[in-house]
Write a new protein. Structure first.
Ligand code: PMP
Length: 353
């Protein structure tokens, strides 16, 4: 067990929240004050245009229908859900609710999703970067050694972007048990993973925050719907700072329809089987030095010269992501799994280089 004398206070949401947020009164919108807005009433309360066009009314600020469906499907309570304009918005809300600018810090584990660091910068929060190990696992000992009394959040991305692997359950569990701030587990790619979500553990860990999104497996990146699951206490803090109408009417309606149809599995199965066949084809290409195992809808590969190969692909009309500037990712390209036709175009091009 790691001893860190700076962190001996027990976990408490109230102790973690920024003082101004703790003491503030949140904005109460017209639609918040009168909640039964779906019934047939005369609405003269929100300064809307009265002429119907499908969008003249403000959307439901509580996103009740969407949350009710998600709660049922994911077996959590409605009050354990926060919805945002993409997961980037809910991630940002964690900084604004829990991190005191120019005072607190968070821990991120490069190479990982770049927005954690960007959001730290935007919110004037120190970002303590602890590299993943060589096999892309969290270095738990080093992470806990770097925790101070002002460390509010540890960001874990599993399956991790850009490496594609899922973190071991032991590492996640260890951090949940030994860190008294928030452990944010970004499960953006969980539907492509052979490992299950940590959502079923939510009630056992008051410091666990899980982020999911409709942008990947659900195929709704353009709709912008991100989901944060946490304890009711954490959600009620985040609700205090949520912009009242952060999920527009179309996003709520279309997300509801898509989640009801439940077409997720067929597409996900196709993407996973394409991933396996792309890996097989990549193995036969000489300048590809390493193909990292993937639990996501993309593959990280190490090539002889990433910038050269990236530019050659661009010339052939194929855009991948050059991740060479990330630590541990020298000469690495991240390739998203496309349709069968797109993938074979990629493989044909790579073979011809
Ligand atoms: N988390 C991870 C790990 C991601 O890779 C991404 C997007 N690339 C996001 C979150 C953001 O997703 P959203 O579209 O929901 O904002």
């Amino acid at each position: 067990m790691i001893k860190n004398t700076e962190i001996n206070t027990p976990f408490s949401v109230q102790n973690l929240v920024r003082k101004t947020i703790l003491n503030m009164k949140s904005y109460s919108s017209a639609r918040d004050e009168f909640k039964e807005f779906e019934t047939n009433m005369v609405f003269l309360d929100a300064n809307e245009n009265p002429f119907s066009n499908g969008f003249n009314r403000y959307p439901d600020p509580q996103q009740k229908l969407l949350k009710t469906l998600l709660a049922k499907q994911k077996k959590v309570s409605l009050n354990q859900i926060l919805l945002g304009n993409g997961s980037d918005e809910v991630l940002d809300s964690l900084f604004r609710a829990f991190c005191e600018p120019n005072h607190d810090n968070v821990i991120t584990l490069p190479p990982t999703y770049g927005m954690y660091g960007v959001l730290a910068d935007i919110n004037a929060i120190e970002n303590r970067e602890i590299l993943l190990t060589k096999d892309f696992e969290p270095n738990v000992e080093c992470i806990l050694k770097n925790v101070s009394k002002n460390t509010k959040i540890i960001f874990l991305c599993s399956p991790n972007n850009p490496t594609g692997n899922s973190f071991s359950d032991e590492s996640i569990l260890y951090l949940l048990r030994n860190f008294n701030g928030l452990v944010v587990l970004d499960e953006a790619y969980i539907d492509f993973s052979s490992k299950g979500s940590w959502l079923s553990e939510l009630d056992d860990f008051p410091n666990l925050v899980i982020i999911q999104t409709l942008s990947k497996a659900y195929g709704l990146a353009g709709l912008r719907v991100g989901i944060l699951y946490a304890s009711e206490e954490i959600i009620s803090v985040l609700n205090k700072i949520k912009p009242p109408y952060n999920l527009n009417t179309s996003s709520q309606d279309i997300a509801l329809k898509k989640l009801t149809q439940n077409t997720l599995t067929a597409q996900v199965k196709k993407i996973i089987s394409e991933r396996e066949s792309v890996v097989k084809s990549l193995q036969r290409i000489e300048f590809i030095k390493q193909i990292f195992p993937s639990d996501a809808n993309f593959i990280l590969i190490k090539v002889d010269d990433a910038t050269l190969r990236y530019n050659q692909l661009i010339q052939a009309g194929i855009v991948v992501r050059n991740r060479s500037n990330q630590p541990l990712c020298e000469n690495c390209l991240r390739i998203t799994i496309g349709t069968k036709e797109e993938n074979s175009q990629l493989i044909t091009t790579l073979k011809s280089l």
